[in-house]
Design a binder for this molecule. Structure first.
Ligand SMILES: Nc1nc2c(ncn2[C@@H]2O[C@H](COP(=O)(O)OP(=O)(O)OP(=O)(O)O)[C@@H](O)[C@H]2O)c(=O)[nH]1
Ligand SMILES: [Mg+2]
Length: 466
């Protein structure tokens, strides 16, 4: 007989670690207007008594003005204390936040004072780890916190926010509870063979196929999510002096790289993120492609070629005002089979090159990097190319990490095995093992079946103080 255990929550809970009190500087290193030192744990109240002096007593969720003092009672700074009483806090524990002036010395001394008051220095992501352990958020939301902090542009932030608000967990839980329902039905049939009828093979297969589709849809969000977060690689290539670096600067709206009328100005590749509608591009400026003799330029051209080979999209720039030379023709020919955009640049100087273009470059853009309308058309064309014709909905949660993608793939594979068993006409209860694997794999996403090693790996990505 197969015994099936559908454990609802095996959330890991390390009691020993949770009883101490942690502290960290929560703001970035360096000078700023304000620095925040955060303390969480049962001794937070004692720490507050040691380091904070004020006329009014601390009240939950109210900012109180006062002095921050060291263990000898000497003033380090004056500032605000915010008090959150557990469980109504980020971590679910008592939390004290000290807002001091943003000097590295003040922040450090404030932290040291909290340690003297009974806290210890927090590890990376330890506040969020405690929030997870306290059931304040599931693991996919905790990972979204790291992604939100790492987000360098709006779409990446929106995508992380969608996961932070539990959107991903909701989709995964839907599939997971359906697997649980099938498992329970199987369990009943196995445990009480005389009273419960064997679930019908064809109906079971139908249900599993529906779940499989959901998982396939979820897995497909991984690639889209990556485009939103990391951007698609776009190599700006072309012959020397075509205006590649000028284009990078113009798209970024910043004087990022050197530009000159001398051919061969750019040697190294330079990467910058460009935020677009619902996605982003990782633009790579490269050295002009030509047969070079100077050793440094040869090295630069090699880097340009490597960037062109690995980028998803080629953004080819040629001088459209003059007849194309051999270097320009070579790049155009080389990129014809690729996903690419072609810009015949320097329209303000003439149109000879554009007029003489090969029919293969029929769809090329003609304009100037100094012209706003050209840049707008380029941006729109890039967005369409990156999104692959579909509208990227950043509000729909994407799988955010390779770990999540892997867990969905494992669940999907297990469902496939179960379906193969059903199709082969083997006894129905044999699929229980595969379904249990699928159920557990999906549980890793929300963290309801996470172990300590997995949590260590996840929270190591975080910065200290979060
Ligand atoms: N008139 C005009 N000049 C342009 C245009 N685009 C670029 N230029 C000029 O062309 C020259 C070369 O520009 P770059 O951006 O350095 O060209 P590049 O392709 O990066 O050149 P390399 O780094 O040498 O490969 C500079 O003097 C730019 O100001 C344009 O649309 N019109
Ligand atoms: Mg250049």
């Amino acid at each position: 007989m197969v015994s099936i255990a559908v454990s609802e929550d095996t959330r890991f809970d390390s009691d020993g670690d949770r009883r101490d009190t942690i502290a960290a500087i929560a703001t970035p290193a360096g000078r700023g207007a304000v620095a925040i030192v955060r303390v969480s744990g049962p001794a937070a109240r004692t720490v507050a008594r040691c380091v904070f002096r004020s006329r009014r007593a601390l009240r939950p969720r109210v900012a109180t003005f006062g002095a921050i003092v060291d263990q000898r009672g000497e003033r380090i700074d004056e500032g605000l204390a915010l008090w959150f009483e557990g469980p109504h806090s980020y971590t679910g524990e008592d939390v004290l936040e000290l807002h001091v002036h943003g000097s590295p010395a003040v922040a450090r001394d404030t932290l040291i004072a909290t340690l003297a008051g009974g806290a210890r220095i927090a590890g990376p992501g330890e506040f969020t780890r405690r929030a997870f352990l306290a059931g304040k958020m599931d693991l996919s939301a905790a990972e979204a916190v790291a992604d939100l902090i790492a987000a360098e542009h709006r779409s990446a932030a929106q995508s992380a926010l969608a996961r932070l608000s539990g959107g991903l967990a909701h989709e995964v839980d839907g599939a997971r509870s359906q697997i649980a329902a099938v498992l329970e039905e199987l369990a009943a049939a196995i445990d009480f063979p005389d009273e419960v009828e064997d679930p019908q093979r064809s109906r079971l297969a139908e249900r599993l196929r529906a779940i499989e589709q959901q998982l396939a849809g979820l897995a497909a969000t991984w690639e889209r999510g990556r485009l939103v977060r990391e951007g698609a690689g776009v190599a700006i290539v072309g012959p020397p002096n075509a205006g590649k670096s000028s284009l990078l600067n113009a798209l970024l709206g910043a004087d990022r790289v050197l530009v000159s009328e001398l051919a061969g100005t750019t040697r190294d590749t330079v990467e910058e993120l460009l935020a677009l509608e619902g996605c982003c591009a990782r633009l790579i400026d490269t050295a002009g492609l030509r047969r070079a003799s100077d050793r440094l330029e040869v090295a630069g051209v090699a880097r340009a070629e490597a960037a062109l080979d690995t980028a998803r999209i080629a953004l080819v720039v040629v001088d459209g005002s003059r007849s194309l030379d051999a270097d320009a023709n070579a790049v155009l020919e080389r990129t014809r089979a690729r996903q690419r955009l072609v810009l015949f640049n320097k329209r303000d100087l003439g149109c000879r090159g554009y007029d003489e273009r090969d029919p293969a470059e029929r769809d090329a853009l003609f304009g100037s990097v100094f012209d706003a309308a050209t840049l707008e058309r380029l941006r729109a064309a890039l967005t369409a190319l990156i999104a692959g014709g579909e509208q990227i909905d950043v509000a729909r949660p994407h799988l955010g990490t390779a770990r999540q993608f892997d867990a969905v793939l494992r669940a999907w594979r297990a469902l496939e095995l179960a379906l193969e068993t059903l199709d082969a006409g083997d006894p129905v209860d044999l699929i229980a093992g595969d379904l249990t694997v699928a159920f557990a794999s999906l549980g890793e996403l929300s963290g309801s079946a996470a172990n300590e090693a997995l949590l260590d790996a996840i929270f190591a990505r975080f910065c200290i103080g979060k």
